[in-house]
Design a protein around this ligand. Structure first.
Ligand code: F6P
Length: 553
């Protein structure tokens, strides 16, 4: 499926794409816009309340057709069907990847091993609803009868990044009843700084771990429990203050969490796709269950768009194929996510896990080495801050870095002319990437400033901006629960589309296991008594000795 472009007959989609690249290398985006006044309409599509302008990409109708052919060649439509129907698309773990069922409004029957998962999801939503309202209306209290004022969510990876992103993104919808805090890192500073200033009598803990085996989450939860018991004294009070979201109920119980305080997770939900499940409790506690349901509705609207829209007008399909185009045919190694909205500042972090854990793979589903590059490095940050930092490299560096600009048309905070300023910054960046500045333009600019001929010749090359750098612009009316749900679901499906082209299992993550295994072996060498055995190499051994000596061992 992922044969290398150069090894193929001219008729293959990869070879056609290589030809497209050669043809487009001789032209410039500026010319494509000049030649076609309709270009911005031609390459603009909508779905689930989002609009995608992909006209500033290195493509023509022929390119798009070749990309869509590649998708058909890789059986994207039937693989999409398999994903949405709950077939075991996570082949190495023999599981479906049914995050779409988590946001399904019901009235359908999706079965996993004979069990109707939509019914289970809706039962859990009802449980969440009852819990959230009991906390927010003050019926559920801490051990001294006081209302909860603070919620500490302890989890890492998918049990952290998604809920944190959405809580920040939906700050304008905050019900103001509880403050949510997030602890992820095994660096003790995270939990210590979070607990500092909190009152154990009014703090609720959510232990968020699908496996309930993750070291960071368990160690932080133990510290939280000790901190709590230091004040509360009686271990019976743990049941009132500690909830869990997990698929591993026995371990949660062993920790001291009562079974009726455990919200379920299912093995058909991957961690990085889990914010739509009870892992989203911090979101529901912050913005209320009605807004959490609106978030699910936005994601479901994107699922339906992904399911039904023709491939060429399908946002996740087009964005996924464009990513493949730059990655595999133009040699781009990274992709920038640039949200021009302060509320979406953590989107790059969440998408990093989503995309890089899903598609950071080197073998196909069949276990054969892949023939092309797979997942690119995703990175980015909030605009306009990045313009005064890494955008220099995007504009004048030697690498090709495709970018996604993400911006709402209307701000929640229409102070002074800020939103127009922000919008102007966003457009100026995508236009600068696309149009650049030629040597002649640089010379003319310097001449207009009155510089001497010598200075013009000396400075002009430094002022050239190559341009021809591709970008997408994703717009929405405003950042709302619905649009945030749609954006995240869009990127989930975009990730899947790429994985289909590369023929990798986008739903496993074996690569993270080695570090975990080795960590278990190294820890006792750091903390144990007596000279430790070698860890296997002199560098690791020397660093272990330095650590031990700093701790008097
Ligand atoms: O280490 C990677 C990972 O397995 C992620 O996929 C997952 O989201 C995270 O760890 C946390 O796992 P858990 O929810 O089981 O604690």
């Amino acid at each position: 499926m992922t044969e290398h472009p150069n090894a193929l007959p001219d008729s293959s989609p990869w070879a056609r794409l290589a030809q497209q690249r050669d043809a487009l290398s001789k032209t410039r985006l500026r010319e494509l816009f000049d030649r076609d006044p309709e270009r911005s309409q031609r390459y603009y599509i909508e779905g689930a309340g989002l609009g995608l302008d992909f006209s500033k990409n290195l493509l023509t109708d022929d390119t798009l057709e070749a990309l869509l052919d590649l998708a058909r060649h890789c059986r994207l439509e039937s693989r999409r069907e398999a994903l949405l129907a709950g077939r075991k698309v996570n082949v190495t773990e023999g599981r479906p990847a049914l995050h779409t069922a988590l946001r399904h409004p019901g009235g359908t029957d999706i079965r996993v091993d004979g069990v109707d998962v939509v019914a289970e999801v809706h039962a859990t939503l009802a449980h969440m609803e009852a819990f959230v309202s009991s906390v927010l209306d003050g019926h559920r209290t801490g051990y001294t009868g006081q209302r909860f004022t603070d919620v500490v969510s302890i989890g890492i990876g998918g049990s952290y990044l998604g809920p944190k992103l959405v809580c920040e993104a939906l700050q304008p919808f905050d019900q103001g009843k509880v403050r949510c805090h997030f602890v992820a890192n095994i660096d003790g500073t995270d939990i210590c700084e979070t607990l500092r200033g909190l009152n154990p009598e009014t703090t609720l803990f959510l232990v968020q771990s699908k496996s309930f085996l993750t070291q960071e989450t368990l160690e932080n939860s133990k510290v939280a429990r000790d901190w709590f018991l230091n004040a509360a004294g009686d271990t019976d009070h743990v049941a009132r203050h500690f909830m869990a979201v997990t698929a591993n109920v026995p371990e949660a119980e062993a920790f001291g969490i009562q079974p009726n305080n455990v919200f379920p997770m299912w093995d058909w939900v991957g961690g990085r796709y889990s914010l739509w499940s009870a892992i989203g409790l911090p979101i529901a506690l912050t913005v209320g269950m009605h807004h959490f349901r609106a978030l699910l509705a936005g994601a479901h609207a994107m699922d339906e768009h992904f399911r039904k829209a023709p491939l060429g007008q399908n946002l996740p399909v087009v964005m996924g194929l464009l990513s493949v185009w730059y990655n595999n045919v133009w040699g781009a190694e990274t992709h920038a996510i640039l949200p021009y909205d302060h509320y979406l500042r953590s989107l790059p972090d969440h998408l990093q896990q989503l995309d890089m854990e899903s598609n950071g793979k080197s073998v196909t589903e069949q276990g054969e080495p892949v023939a092309t590059q797979t997942g690119p490095v995703l990175w980015g940050g909030v605009g306009s801050n990045g313009q005064h930092a890494y955008h220099q490299l995007i504009h004048q560096g030697t690498r090709l870095i495709p970018a996604d600009f993400i911006i709402p048309l209307v701000s929640h905070n229409p102070v002074a002319s800020h939103h127009a300023d922000l919008f102007a910054n966003c457009l100026s960046q995508s236009r600068a990437m696309m149009a650049g500045k030629t040597l002649d333009e640089a010379r003319a600019e310097l001449a207009a400033e009155g510089l001497s001929e010598d200075d013009i010749e000396r400075l002009a090359p430094h002022k050239v901006i190559p341009g021809n750098k591709p970008s997408n612009t994703l717009i929405m009316e405003q950042v709302t629960p619905h649009t945030v749900g749609a954006i995240i679901a869009l990127y989930e499906h975009r990730t899947f589309v790429q994985g289909v082209i590369w023929d990798v299992d986008s739903f496993d993550q074996w690569g993270v296991e080695l570090g975990k295994q080795l960590g278990k072996g190294i820890l006792p060498k750091l903390t144990g008594n007596g000279a430790p055995e070698t860890a296997g190499d002199s560098s690791t051994d020397a660093l272990i000795r330095r650590f031990r000596s700093a701790h008097g061992r």
